[in-house]
Design a protein around this ligand. Structure first.
Ligand code: SF4
Length: 222
């Protein structure tokens, strides 16, 4: 039985808490001189996979400052892309992926990032999490719930759900979490998961939602 308790209080407290920190880059509307578009959201999300947020941010700025459309980006060689995005994780593979995605968007989608979830999934290197991020933070659409490792771990710790994978978490939360909360869920929970409810030894003594948390599977905390 999945029961999402005290959701209003939890969201209110998380919103207050994350004002102390920077939002993850993919969910910001603007960073440095770059205004986020569906394309910049998509590319920064690809760069963010297995990479720390600070590294993603700097690599995204270096790449997208001058190459913020598929038409501009496709003109770069893979080597040039590598030199701009290094040291993100898997930078060689990502350079290849980014170039291929840019080409596909030009050839098949007339230069526009598709705004249909199933079409996004057809792009190279794009899985459910990235497609959901682009729908919510790029296209500003409702009805999508991007789930990464933080968004999977924290509702399980809270005792809201009992799931084994991010995919199962997405399905279960969509059934049980009222849709009004979906659009804020990812950036609230990711920021909170990076700063307080970290994977190993969460900072429970500093946690604003401790009184609402069942601390499921939390063995050590600070
Ligand atoms: S009390 Fe601890 S485990 Fe629960 S949400 Fe807060 S930091 Fe995470």
């Amino acid at each position: 039985m999945n029961e999402i308790k005290h959701v209003d209080s939890v969201f209110r407290l998380l919103k207050q808490e994350i004002t102390k920190y920077d939002r993850p880059i993919v969910s910001r509307s603007k960073w440095d001189v770059i205004v986020n578009t569906p394309f910049t959201t998509l590319i920064s999300c690809i760069l963010s996979l297995r990479t720390k947020d600070e590294v993603t941010e700097q690599a995204s700025i270096r790449l997208l400052k001058n190459y913020n459309t598929p038409e501009k980006l496709v003109k770069l060689s893979e080597k040039q892309i590598v030199s701009l995005i290094y040291p993100v994780g898997f930078y060689k593979t990502k350079a290849k992926t980014i170039k291929e995605i840019s080409k596909t968007i030009i050839d098949i989608y007339e230069g526009q990032v598709p705004d249909k979830f199933d079409e996004l999934l057809k792009l190279k290197g794009v899985g459910r999490k990235t497609a959901n991020i682009v729908m919510v933070y790029g296209h500003k659409k409702h009805g999508y719930l991007p789930i990464d490792t933080h968004c999977h771990r924290i509702p399980n710790r809270l005792g809201w759900i009992k799931t084994k994978s991010p995919e199962e978490t997405e399905i279960t939360l969509k059934k049980n979490l009222p849709e009004d909360y979906w659009n804020d869920f990812n950036h609230l929970v990711v920021t909170f998961g990076q700063k307080i409810c970290v994977p190993v030894s969460p900072l429970c003594s500093k946690c604003p939602i401790e009184s609402y948390c069942e601390k499921i599977s939390v063995k050590n905390s600070r």
